[in-house]
Design a protein around this ligand. Structure first.
Ligand code: CP
Length: 304
């Protein structure tokens, strides 16, 4: 039985197979309408979500399966003090597979240790968000045509942004990737990522503050929200939240085929005037999330 706790829990080859299956689902969704008939997905969400939870649920429904779960810690027995370990032991007898989001880093890993069904990390604190990464890679592969030879800008909250951490971890495995890490000093990537992932693998990267200066270099710009919920101090959040706002003027500096991605939700960091720019693909990216999660459920339940 396989769990997906980190994006690197899939090898590059397994990831390639996953993306190929997701593309086949896009081309011929009807072929997959009943492949999970009789199977149940549990969504255990201890933190708010729109895209991840609902796309997981849409994915299982599209495959002919059923769903159960909770959308907040308050509406589960976590509110009475139940541990993740006990919860997953019980859920293992109610469902065939589960997706768990939790504010504590490592909670999905703990769940996987105590689970007898596949566990998928749907976001753990500021740590990882592997299925967002699979979604991002499907978006890049389909809309950019490749996963190598790319200059990738990450902009905003690189400290707490788990989607950034996961995507960097996954992309270092492709050839000729250069990262441009754009953030204020306080929101730079965590030291472990710089030392153990980038430096340890001799990955090419630069850390800068000024977005405008690097815009012409980028093949992809991955914008992120400043993660209010992870700040200890509201004053710091208010001071930093609008550091970067992508607008038409900044987009004029970019390549004609640069793509703008964002895991969403967006707050102020991308002006809505950008939404009609063909390079803005964040809503398409959210749509791809359903297909890649369909493919992942199929792989983990071994129906593919
Ligand atoms: N991208 C993402 O994780 O969105 P949600 O928080 O809405 O699930």
């Amino acid at each position: 039985m396989k769990h997906i706790i980190s994006p690197t829990d899939l090898t590059v080859s397994e990831l390639s197979d996953l993306l190929i299956l997701a593309e086949e689902i896009i081309q011929n969704p009807k072929k997959y309408y009943n492949v999970c008939q009789g199977k149940k997905l549990a969504t255990l969400f201890y933190e708010p979500s729109t895209r991840t939870r609902l796309s997981f649920e849409a994915a299982m429904l599209n495959l002919g399966g059923n769903i159960l779960g909770f959308s907040s810690a308050d509406s589960s027995s976590a509110a009475k003090g139940e541990s993740v370990a006990d919860t997953i032991r019980v859920i293992s007898s109610y469902a065939d597979i589960c997706a768990i989001r939790h504010p504590k880093e490592g909670a999905p890993l703990v769940a996987s240790i105590h689970s007898s069904i596949p566990v998928i990390n749907a976001g753990d604190g500021g740590h990882n968000h592997p299925t967002q990464t699979f979604t991002d890679l499907l978006t890049i592969k389909n809309l950019k045509g490749r996963l190598n030879n790319l200059t990738v800008g990450f902009c905003g909250d690189l400290k707490f942004g788990r989607t950034v951490h996961s995507l960097i971890n996954a992309m270092v495995r492709y050839d000729n990737i250069h990262f441009v890490l754009i953030s204020p000093e306080e929101l730079k990537i965590p030291t472990y990522l710089r030392e153990e992932v980038l430096n340890a693998n001799n990955i090419s990267y630069q850390e800068v503050r000024n977005l405008e200066a690097v815009m012409p270099d980028l093949d992809l710009l991955y914008m992120t929200r400043v993660q209010k919920e992870r700040f200890f101090n509201e004053e710091d959040y208010i001071r930093l939240k609008d550091t970067y706002i992508l607008d038409t003027k900044k987009m004029q500096l970019a390549k004609e085929d640069m793509l703008v991605l964002h895991p969403l939700p967006r707050v102020n960091e991308i002006s809505t005037e950008i939404d009609s720019d063909p390079r803005a693909v964040y809503f398409k990216q959210a749509e791809y999330g359903v297909y890649v999660r369909m493919a992942l459920i199929m792989k983990l339940l071994e129906v593919a």
